[in-house]
Write a protein that binds this ligand. Sequence first.
Ligand SMILES: [Cu+2]
Length: 228
Amino acid sequence: MTKQSDGKTPATVLGASRKALLLSLLIGLAAGIMTAVVLTIMPGGPATAPVADNASIGRAAIGGPFSLTDGNGKVVTERDFAGKPMLVFFGFTNCPDVCPAGLQVLAAALDRLGDKAQGVAPLFITVDPERDTPELVGKYAKSFHPRIIGLSGTPEQVAGAVKAYRVYARKQPAGSSAADYNMDHSSFFYLMDASGAYVKHFPHNVDAAKMADDVAAQIQSTAQPAGL
Ligand SMILES: [Cu+2]
């Protein structure tokens, strides 16, 4: 093997340059991650509106197939609403505040939409299938608005829907008995388009007029698809 003037063999020279290449790749990767973190922390920058739209949740990641049961015992899947936007909210009937508040907003938005509300499927899916039977959730949802469809299912079916929508839901003990618990859960409304794809989300305390406007726009774009 030919020795180079600095005493290193070609193999060690190659080793050194590969280390340098690896180091620069790592630095580049770290810079990329930092940029991604900064962009995630500051969705839309300082001009962001108070309402969380689609800035911080991955568009492709939310939604998907589900199979659940409605208050009449009918099996309901996402295919039942194909061709219609969906407004999907997760919660549980024993929820002390967030779910009732959210469902009141949803009911007010549906009232504002009037006849147009027929163009959207408002779903309330329980995260507590142990206590929330389909019948119970169905009645609970309708107590807020007759158009809201309450859905439950087996723990596996509910877990599937929860996972598809990237919902956080976790039992929280609330007393000495195992039956005493609350459900910690994320509380966004997910607006899905007529093909079931994620459009945007709203917090549970969004202004009902804003929700109604955005849903109306989605219904409108469904009736008149872009490019037609
Ligand atoms: Cu709740």
